[in-house]
Design a protein around this ligand. Structure first.
Ligand SMILES: Nc1ncnc2c1ncn2[C@@H]1O[C@H](COP(=O)(O)OP(=O)(O)OP(=O)(O)O)[C@@H](O)[C@H]1O
Ligand SMILES: [Mg+2]
Length: 490
């Protein structure tokens, strides 16, 4: 937490600003006299607390509350305390409902003012910390589902991590089954739009005439069968991400429309005349070579560049065979989890592969990439003895023998390779999700507790700041191994 707290006083009266400075000698206090100045100062700033005198708004209570709401929106990390001459209880209640943390009477003693502002700034620091940790957990969890330790995948994941934090349009290119959709979802889930919708659509699934209306919506009666207004997927994805799969398959009309959408950030429903503004991140994917489509005049070059602001090339599985053991472990652990959920009890599921079978998995070319690996493994898992997938089981599911290396029946098919253990907590389903949530809650709670103890240097006061009882703060300190000053107790 920063040592010096930063306070913005929004007050037209120079005398009370001086009073605030006197009451808060250890804090940095700035002042502005009008709401527009306040908004300008607060955007992107690091003020811990804003002290708002509703009188500067110059209207009735509703106006003051509207300004309060604006402040909270532009600067969610800054705590707002209302500071007013003899505030009424009714106003105080409405202000706190509208997001003010506290209401102060300007004529209160300096000590009372100080303690309210100190408490408010601690509260602000804690909620920032919670937000930061929550983001970290989300990011760890999002990337955790994408398996890949090979050099190629590590590079790719580093790019995904960075690009997710931005709002840039992304074009994912890769063969079928390489994980394009998984990566698109990951970009959404670990990025700033994660709380918004993720709308995935396969552009090759509809005839061009219908595709346009599906994406951009249509007005009632725009064409035969358009019985009522349709919002379209872009509007459904508003505030979130739209994933346009098989983008190489869209025809010239839809290409033109899409280019306009990306340039203007607005859509025009079919048969409508008024454009509608949209706020959508676009992630597109294709397994075609878009550049050669451009060269042959089948895909607009300007649209290509608009889409490929950040191009991401997903390597085929045969170029990262090092990942196969880890992927096999992940796929089998996931299936095991699913089998358990369906059957409601432990089912026998393989946890090992023979050396011979693994050699075959790594030698095969995998034209269908990870999706094909999933199919092969889940069928082999059903056919095997319940513990180990053998080369023989791969024969049963029809996996080709590597070219030039005919089956060698002489080599025994018994040596087992235990699959690397998979932390189910990293998977996004079933029991795994609960684990992740529990861990996230614990991490956040421990951090909040430590921060409050460091700040207050006294468990009873820290309990008050956190809004928990004295008894429970001692229990929690013990559970998390924290001493009275918030440091780990060894
Ligand atoms: N790196 C990875 N780690 C774990 N699982 C993966 C990974 N990549 C892909 N998968 C899994 O492989 C399957 C195929 O992935 P996905 O559907 O994202 O591929 P795609 O490139 O969109 O395929 P298609 O071109 O066939 O639509 C999914 O079940 C996905 O969860
Ligand atoms: Mg796909």
């Amino acid at each position: 937490m920063p040592a010096v707290r930063h306070v913005l006083v929004i007050d037209g009266d120079a005398l009370t600003v001086t009073r605030a400075r006197q009451a808060l000698p250890s804090m940095e206090v700035d002042a502005v006299a009008t709401p527009p100045q306040a908004l300008e100062r607060l955007v992107g700033s690091t003020f811990d607390v804003a002290l708002l005198d509703p009188a500067v708004v110059g209207g009735d209570d509703d106006h003051a509350l509207a300004v309060l709401h604006r402040l909270r929106t532009v600067a969610p990390d800054t705590v707002v305390v209302i500071w007013s001459v003899r505030p009424t209880v009714e106003f105080a209640v409405r202000a706190m409902r509208a997001g003010a943390l506290d209401v102060l009477d300007k004529s209160a003693e300096e000590g009372a003012i100080r303690s309210v502002i100190e408490r408010a700034s601690t509260h602000g620091a804690l909620s920032r910390e919670v937000r930061r940790l929550r983001g970290e957990v989300e990011r760890a969890r999002g990337l955790g589902e994408v398996i890949g330790e090979s050099a190629l995948m590590r590079q790719l994941l580093a790019v995904i991590d960075r690009v997710a934090a931005s709002d840039a349009t992304v074009l994912i290119v890769g063969e079928s089954g390489t994980g394009k959709e998984l990566l698109a979802r990951t970009i959404h889930r670990i990025g700033p739009r994660k709380d918004g919708p993720f709308v995935a659509f396969d552009c090759s699934a509809l005839a061009p005439s219908l595709l346009e209306a599906e994406l951009f919506g249509h007005e009632k009666g725009a064409f035969t069968g358009a019985g009522r207004n349709r919002r379209g997927l872009f509007r459904e994805a508003n505030g979130g991400t739209i994933f346009l799969d098989e983008i190489g398959d869209i025809d010239a009309t839809v290409q033109n429309k899409l280019l306009r959408v990306l340039q203007e950030r607005e859509i025009k429903p079919v048969g409508g005349d008024r454009p509608v503004a949209i706020d959508v991140r676009v992630v597109a994917a294709t397994n075609k070579d878009l550049k050669s489509l451009v060269a042959r005049g089948h895909f607009r070059e300007d649209l290509y560049w608009r889409l490929a602001v950040v191009p991401i090339q997903v390597p085929p599985l045969r170029e990262r065979k090092d990942d196969i053991p880890q992927l096999a472990a992940h796929i089998l652990a996931r299936r095991r989890g699913a089998a358990k959920t369906f059957a409601g009890q432990e089912t026998r599921y393989p946890t090992a592969v023979t050396a011979k079978a693994m050699a075959r998995l790594q030698a095969y070319r995998w034209p269908g990439n990870i999706r094909e690996l999933e199919n092969v493994l889940s069928r082999a898992a059903i056919l095997c003895d319940g513990e180990t997938i053998r080369s023989h089981d791969l024969d049963l599911v029809g996996l080709d023998h590597p070219a030039g290396a005919p089956a060698t029946p002489s080599r025994p098919d018994t040596e087992r390779i235990e699959l690397p253990p998979i932390d189910l907590g990293r998977l996004g389903d079933g029991d795994g999700l609960k684990d992740i949530t529990d861990r996230a809650v614990r991490a956040v709670e421990r951090a909040a507790l430590a921060a409050a103890l460091r700040q207050e240097r006294n468990p009873a006061n820290a309990a008050k700041v956190l809004g928990i009882s004295r008894a429970s703060i001692y229990t929690k300190m013990k559970a998390y191994g924290l001493s009275v000053d918030g440091e780990p107790s060894s």
